[in-house]
Design a protein around this ligand. Structure first.
Ligand code: ARG
Length: 254
């Protein structure tokens, strides 16, 4: 009886292991469908980089880019919808092979993951409600309520504002909603995302300058130089063959 239980347990453990250790190479023995899979995490609340389109399919600049990179590398991309602050932990545990989510490359994150070469230049901006005339810069946010998405560079920036009350949201969209409901005085988020929100009819206005330059990179397991090189090679090829430009034009115009 005990033996049986132990045997049962080890089978379960083995199954668990094989599911987790695939490292993206899911092999199908039926020969015809020997597809290599890349498990990619994202947080689709960040239009125009990743968001849910009609029929809730994942769309956006990052989504087109990673599908093109996967194709270039000979992999099928399998997207995983995760919390933004869960992406790096999921890479570290091996639950996903990489993450693309408008992730800013910074020193702290570089200690935890490998990054691809930068693929987009961004920066932070303040968004206020349409009738707000007293917030014009970061300084004016002192003592105010600031909405941010958890674990983002916008959140880190807000936390440094003296006396500010930082209200964190799990999704980027929720902070905009809270601003229009006047639950917060301002939001700090990535400039292209705020600009897109306003172009799409979102209410409010951007104030002040874009705060220091940030670059987005694709995150992969720390020390996986082989995968990092493959991704960088694919990215370079897409830049060379015009595919990258096409995707850029599609989402940001000329
Ligand atoms: N660029 C910012 C950061 O890396 C925000 C990214 C948020 N991305 C998302 N898909 N929600 O912290």
């Amino acid at each position: 009886m005990l033996k049986r239980t132990l045997l049962g347990m080890s089978v379960v453990a083995l199954l668990g292991l094989s599911v987790l250790s695939g490292c993206g190479d899911k092999k199908d023995t039926s020969a015809q469908s020997q597809e290599k899979i890349l498990r990619v995490g994202t947080n689709p609340t960040f239009a125009p980089f990743e968001f849910q389109g009609k029929d809730s399919e994942l769309t956006g600049f990052d989504m087109d880019l990673i599908r093109a990179i996967g194709k270039q590398m000979g992999y099928k991309v399998e997207l995983h919808n995760l919390a933004f602050d869960g992406l790096i932990p999921a890479i570290s545990t091996g639950n996903i092979d990489m993450a693309i989510a408008g992730i800013t490359i910074n020193d702290d994150r570089k200690k935890q993951v490998n990054f691809s070469n930068p693929y987009y230049t961004s920066g932070l901006i303040i968004l206020v409600g349409p009738e707000n005339n007293d917030i014009k810069s970061l300084k004016d946010l002192e003592g105010k309520k600031i909405g941010v998405q958890i674990g983002t560079t916008g959140a880190f920036k807000a936390e440094k504002v003296p006396g500010a009350k930082v209200v964190t949201f799990n999704n980027s969209d929720e902070q905009f909603l809270e601003l229009s409901n006047k639950g917060v005085d301002a939001c700090i988020n990535d400039h292209p995302v705020v600009a897109y929100y306003l172009v799409q009819g979102g209410k409010g206005k951007m104030v002040g300058n874009v705060m220091e330059e940030e670059s987005y990179g694709i995150a992969m397991k720390k020390g996986n130089e082989e995968l990092t090189k493959k991704v960088n090679d694919a990215l370079a090829e897409l830049k060379k063959n015009g595919e990258f430009d096409k995707i850029q034009k599609k989402w940001f115009g000329a």
